[in-house]
Design a protein. Structure first.
Length: 152
C-alpha cells in the first residue's frame, strides 16, 4: 500500500509563491521555510489537506530546480513522492515493469539510499513527465539513528 507523502513544486521564489498560496488560497499559513545547504535549496513545507506540499527554490542559478524551470519555461509540479512499506520491493516491482532509475541530484545516488525522512529512490519521468520518488519512511528508531549518524 502506498500513499502520497508529498508533492514537490519547482518555483523561482519560495517567498513569492508561498505568499500567493497564503493570499489566494489561505494555505501555507503555518509553512515551515528552511534552507538546505547540502541540497542548495530553499523549501517551504506545508499541508493542503493530508498532502504535504514542498515549494522548492534553487539557491544557485544552475541548481536542479532552476534548471528544471529553464527546461520547461515555467514553474510547476516537479515530482510526487509516494510512501511505500518496503522500498526495495517497490523498486524491484517498478523495475520489472520497465521503470528506470533516476539520479537523486541532492545526493548524487541512483537507487535506494538514506535521506532525511526515509530511504528514497527516484524513477525517471515514467508518468507524463512527472518524476516519481519512492520513500520508505523511517521508523522512529531509524530516524534517531539517521540523526545521530549525521550529528543532527
Amino acid at each position: 500500500m502506498s500513499y502520497i507523502k508529498h508533492m514537490a513544486f519547482a518555483v523561482k521564489s519560495v517567498d513569492e509563491t508561498l505568499n500567493r498560496y497564503r493570499t489566494l488560497l489561505g494555505e501555507g499559513l503555518d509553512a515551515k521555510v528552511v534552507v538546505a545547504e547540502k541540497a542548495r535549496i530553499k523549501v517551504a513545507i506545508f499541508n493542503v489537506g493530508d498532502i504535504e506540499y514542498q515549494l522548492n527554490e534553487s539557491l544557485d542559478a544552475d541548481g536542479r530546480f532552476s534548471q528544471w524551470i529553464g527546461e520547461r519555461g515555467s514553474e510547476g509540479l516537479h515530482h510526487i513522492c509516494y510512501a511505500v512499506e518496503d522500498i526495495d520491493a517497490a523498486l524491484d516491482d517498478a523495475l520489472a515493469q520497465g521503470a528506470t532509475l533516476r539520479l537523486c541530484k541532492a545526493c548524487n545516488v541512483f537507487g535506494s539510499h538514506p535521506h532525511p525522512e526515509g530511504y528514497v529512490a527516484f524513477l525517471d519521468q515514467e508518468t507524463g513527465g512527472i518524476e516519481l520518488e519512492l520513500m520508505q519512511v523511517y521508523t522512529p528508531e531509524e530516524l534517531e539513528q539517521y540523526k545521530s549518524i549525521r550529528g543532527i
